[in-house]
Design a protein around this ligand. Structure first.
Ligand SMILES: Cc1cc2nc3c(=O)[nH]c(=O)nc-3n(C[C@H](O)[C@H](O)[C@H](O)COP(=O)(O)OP(=O)(O)OC[C@H]3O[C@@H](n4cnc5c(N)ncnc54)[C@H](O)[C@@H]3O)c2cc1C
Length: 398
């Protein structure tokens, strides 16, 4: 007997889909992954306000906020070296992916989702009409489902999207005993990584991750040949030299591409949906992808549940699936393109220079707030002491 739904990939996209299906009363859901859980994932592990909102909808927001490290302020450094510190009042948090992904999987299991790990999917199984009916592993194990959800991330082997893949290249590392303002996250729009940025995300009171992201291709679409290790070393020296002298590195630097699109498409097939990063749904300027993957998983669960309950035909539900994504994400993608243009121009430096003007301040909050994935940034100041005080007050109140 085929399962109701088979999901390949138990990252935030696949496990949010599994959880949302169980919450919608779909009983027989099989979640597959090649890795045993808990497992690591190369990631900044930042959860934006939008991500927390989706988690609230999945019934996990409170637990995640309890386990995570709250971000109280965001320090933005412009390409010309000017600073703005924005108070975020725990609107965003950081939670290690090893813990976060496992939490989602366990919550799905607690609602009856079956998890099978050690399953390395190799290809989709199709019937004579070309309809997807299951998935086969490298060693020949088959699982059949009335529907198959493909959530196998950036290197998806299932994606049928014919458009050239666009990606952001990343390199990151982890340190302990790194001195930083408590609760403060850095986004550094360094000219050497323009139009993208480098970051420092605190994972807890004593541990941070630092990384850079750069375009994975040049203007002609050719794969970038930049030496990322050299760019990263220079970034570390330029921005964190003194702190790193006192800090202790944990493990090796790691890199992984982030695949993105500016227009969601090619994410349905008869019997199957593609979701999260497997469908290229990440933010094109910040590289955020956890929120997008979970939201995509919830959209997939909605669409499949509608068909299983006989509320919609598959064609109608699949069409709705594509448009729900476009409605939710296109404005953010356009904001991302605008942010890239701003970062590549002198605008950000000029804005930082004029931040004291109330209209400029309001515009900065609005532009950066929406471009940085809809965060509810409430205050802008270049006075770090003032921001640290505001952050402390917010933390005490929380
Ligand atoms: C360096 C870096 C930093 C980032 N920082 C952030 C951040 O701070 N905040 C944020 O929101 N986003 C961040 N992202 C993006 C985010 O990590 C991804 O966009 C997000 O994980 C996508 O979720 P997903 O569920 O679609 O795919 P993934 O999380 O990639 O999950 C895919 C799952 O599929 C499994 N899988 C893959 N292939 C197979 C196969 N053949 N068979 C079986 N299983 C398979 C994998 O084991 C994995 O568990 C970052 C990315 C990188 C590279």
């Amino acid at each position: 007997m085929p399962h109701d739904v088979v999901i390949v990939g138990a990252g935030p996209g696949g496990s949010a889909a599994a959880l949302a299906l169980a919450q919608r009363g779909v009983k027989d859901v099989l979640l597959l992954d090649r890795d045993p859980f808990p497992r690591d994932k190369t990631c900044g592990s930042g959860l934006s306000p939008n991500a927390l909102k989706v988690l609230d909808g999945l019934g996990l927001g409170e637990e995640v906020r309890k386990l995570a490290y709250p971000i109280m302020s965001v320090r933005i450094v412009t390409p010309g070296g000017k600073q703005m510190v924005l108070a975020s009042n725990a609107a965003a948090v950081v939670l290690l992916r090893r813990v976060f992904d496992n939490l989602l999987v366990e919550k799905a299991q607690s609602l009856g989702v079956k998890l099978t790990t050690g399953f390395r999917a190799d290809r989709l199984i199709k019937d004579d009409s070309g309809r997807v009916t299951g998935v086969r592993s490298l060693d020949g194990v088959e699982h059949h489902g009335r529907f198959v959800l493909c959530a196998d991330g950036a290197h998806s082997i299932f994606s049928t999207d014919p458009r050239p893949k666009r990606s952001i290249s990343t390199l990151m590392g982890w340190w302990e005993d790194f001195a930083y303002a408590p609760g403060q996250l850095d986004m550094i729009f360094d000219k050497n990584v323009s139009p993208l940025y480098g970051w420092m995300f605190p994972e807890g009171p004593n541990r941070v991750n630092i990384g850079i992201c750069v375009d994975g291709q040049d203007e002609e679409g050719q794969k970038s040949t930049r030496n990322l290790r050299q760019v990263f070393q220079r970034f570390l020296d330029d921005h964190y030299g003194p702190q790193l002298k006192q800090a202790r590195p944990i493990g090796k630097w790691k890199g992984h591409p982030i695949v993105y699109t500016n227009w969601v498409g090619h994410c349905t097939a008869p019997g199957a949906l593609f979701l999260g990063e497997a469908a290229r749904i990440t933010h094109n300027a910040t590289g955020e992808g956890i929120y997008q993957a979970m939201q995509s998983g919830v959209f997939a669960a909605d669409s499949v549940a509608q068909v299983l309950k006989g509320e919609k035909s598959e064609a109608k539900a699949w069409n709705g699936y594509v448009w729900e994504h476009r409605k939710r994400f296109t404005a953010g993608f356009l904001g991302g393109l605008a942010l890239r243009a701003v970062v590549a121009s002198p605008i950000l430096d000029n804005v930082a220079g004029a931040y004291n003007h109330p209209t400029v301040r309001k515009a900065v909050v609005k532009l950066l707030g929406s471009a940085l994935a809809g965060s509810s940034i409430s205050e802008v100041t270049t006075d770090a002491a003032k921001a640290a005080k505001a952050a402390k007050e917010a933390r005490d109140a929380a």
